[in-house]
Design a protein around this ligand. Sequence first.
Ligand SMILES: *[C@@H]1O[C@H](CO)[C@@H](O)[C@H](O)[C@H]1NC(C)=O
Ligand SMILES: *[C@@H]1O[C@H](CO)[C@@H](O)[C@H](O)[C@H]1NC(C)=O
Ligand SMILES: *[C@@H]1O[C@H](CO)[C@@H](O)[C@H](O)[C@H]1NC(C)=O
Length: 468
Amino acid sequence: MGKGVTFLLLALVLCHALTVATGYKGEKQRRKEREREESGEEGEGGRRAEDMFLMRRSTRVIRTDAGEMRVVRSLGGRIIEKPLHIGFITMEPQSLFIPQYLDSSLILFVRTGEARVGCIYKDEMVERRLKIGDVFPIPAGSTFYILNPGEGQRLHIICSIDPSESLNLDTFQSFFIGGGTYPASVLAGFSPETLSSAFNVSVSRLTEMLSRQQEGPIVHIAPAHAPSIWTKLSQLKEEDRLMQVKRMVQGEVEQVKEWSWWSLFGMFSENEGNLFKDKAPDSYNIYKKSPDFRNDYGWSVAVDGSDYKPLKDHGTGIYLVNLTAGSMMAPHMNPRASEYGIVLRGSGRIQIVFPNGTLGMDTKVREGDVFWVPRYFAFCQLASRSSPFEFFGFTTSSLKNRPQFLVGANSLLHTFNTPELAAAFGVTEERIRRFINAQNEAVILPAAPGGDEDVKRASVKFEAVPEV
Ligand SMILES: *[C@@H]1O[C@H](CO)[C@@H](O)[C@H](O)[C@H]1NC(C)=O
Ligand SMILES: *[C@@H]1O[C@H](CO)[C@@H](O)[C@H](O)[C@H]1NC(C)=O
Ligand SMILES: *[C@@H]1O[C@H](CO)[C@@H](O)[C@H](O)[C@H]1NC(C)=O
């Protein structure tokens, strides 16, 4: 099939998929309404600023016996330059997230467990083994599957979902390639006659093919479960799986008709030599990079487009911070990017201030919470005194972030001349010198000695104090 024809068909499929997608959305919407987050945190307090920076609303978009996917939506709005949604995928041992493509691009981060991720990368089908700490991108429109081959281990993936190329139908839209009634294949929207002649198979064969898959988008593949084409595919060794797909594409295998639609989507180039020539990126392990900053109170690491090139294409950066109990990240701001954070372990507080110098948010967060901080907004993260505080996240730029610290030994204040600074604060030079030199540590600061944090929080007020 020529490239032009493939493209035309793809365009056609996409158009029609809209219809299917809308139907699917209706059903999804209803399910969503029913499942709208169980934890009764939504109604609490009604503090609008917190709603703004803490992304508490999570929606379960997929739930099957074999796994689930929750999405925390970005709220949109004027101060968000590039909204990212955050997805949480959980897959039971020996399960498969069946082949699909999305209208959004993803960056996967393996939180726990191991995965095999198959992905069509620039016309090549590749499979990558991901383990804990690995990062791997999936471009919008690329067909992919996720396999949890482990026999005893759940797989947890956190991903960024960048909807900038999306159709704006919903948070994001999945198009399932295989499948049947649940999830509905994108092909299901065509009239049977159209497909029958497109595939050159009988209508009955076609109907059978498009109604097999009913277990939902995440399926069990353990031998104990009813065998399906996914089970068969999953049980193969990697080379055999790729080989099998290749043979299917070439029509050497019995089930070729079941698979021939893969080529219809232009997923494989016709040139056999190219098919598995592997130029796709490797994954990147964030735990392997040595911290950009480390002291007695914690460490932080950032991965940008110069460390891992695929991030450049996605315009996204990644970071990981580990604070010891009681420590804090000094107040700082990101001049180049907004930041999304996900608490991986422990608990702490996030303080964000508005540009006009009023407190925007000061709230406790714990494992699984998602927060975001707009570009230019000053903020800090504080670990609770009882445990280390570990958080991971995405930034909306793949350039080196260069956060500007407002407090600490490396703060912006140290770059000004003392007389000007003294004038700006309206105090004597001696006083300002003592003031900004009092903190010897930079970036990650130790806990203030003693004191209960809640009491302290309530009592600190910045008010005009006459200079003595
Ligand atoms: C359709 O299938 C028949 C046999 O089943 C074959 O003779 C015919 O060439 C096929 N047509 C196309 C366009 O592939
Ligand atoms: C974070 O730091 C704590 C100690 O403060 C340590 O136990 C934990 O393993 C660290 N986490 C990572 C991912 O290194
Ligand atoms: C500061 O800015 C925030 C957000 O724009 C606003 O809600 C708040 O009322 C402002 N406060 C003052 C004192 O101007």
